[in-house]
Design a protein around this ligand. Structure first.
Ligand SMILES: *[C@@H]1O[C@H](CO)[C@@H](O)[C@H](O)[C@H]1NC(C)=O
Ligand SMILES: *[C@@H]1O[C@H](CO)[C@@H](O)[C@H](O)[C@H]1NC(C)=O
Length: 207
């Protein structure tokens, strides 16, 4: 019995070690850059909640064919540029992808991607994106959800093609809030209207 328990314990330990090594740490520096990603948008500073970014992506044609056969999902993310990470530990770049805080905004995820031709999608900048400079990165994941490759619309030092975005705070947060109040008000007046209407019907029936 005791021997069985010990065997089970060591088996569990083995499994957890295996899980540790295979699912634990993925370093960004270990990923292959196989995807070519470009982002186009209107000139100047883009506005969260209003402007769109058009992302075009494909497999780098000089990568040996079949390299991408294990790509099950490609996730596109909006990531902080170096200037917007200064003195902000909560946006820090860490090689261990579990701890990396560079790419906080999910754009689009594509399942079973076809990489034989370039593809494009438009992304409306989310209302939660704060004022900062960004770039677009794509992570390719295998069938176990482990990132195996990437691509980005900027160079390795993250200096070119950065995208400046103005967040909603301070811009038209007041308009946004007042429009929310307005819709709350319209809901209230609608409720009030129905109530009055019902009462009128009731009163005319009593006559
Ligand atoms: C494609 O891959 C080659 C070889 O790795 C590299 O030299 C080239 O810069 C890549 N092209 C793009 C657009 O990333
Ligand atoms: C995809 O786009 C890149 C540039 O963005 C271009 O160099 C490449 O030839 C295109 N590939 C295909 C298959 O159209």
């Amino acid at each position: 019995m005791a021997a069985g328990g010990r065997l089970l314990a060591s088996f569990l330990l083995l499994v957890s070690c295996f899980a540790q090594t295979s699912y634990g740490i993925v370093l960004f520096s270990s990923l292959q850059r196989t995807l070519v990603v470009t982002a186009s948008h209107k000139q100047g500073v883009l506005k969260a909640g209003e402007d769109t970014i058009t992302v075009t992506w494909g497999l780098n044609q000089s990568i040996p064919s079949g390299t991408d056969s294990g790509y099950k999902t490609i996730q596109f993310k909006l990531c902080y540029g170096p200037i917007s990470q200064l003195d902000r530990a909560w946006r820090k770049t860490v090689d261990n992808l579990d701890k990396d805080r560079t790419c906080q905004f999910k754009m689009v995820a594509i399942a079973n991607p076809h990489t034989s031709a370039n593809q494009t999608f438009d992304w409306l900048i989310g209302l939660d994106v704060p004022t900062a400079t960004y770039f677009v990165r794509a992570y390719a994941y295998d069938s176990e959800g482990i990132s195996v490759a990437y691509g980005q619309n900027t160079d390795a030092q993250k200096t070119s093609n950065l995208i400046a975005i103005q967040g909603i705070t301070g811009r038209h947060l007041s308009i946004y809030v007042s429009s929310m109040c307005f819709s709350a008000f319209s809901v209230l007046s609608l409720v009030g209207f129905f109530y009055l209407e019902k009462r009128r019907v009731r009163m005319s029936q009593q006559k």
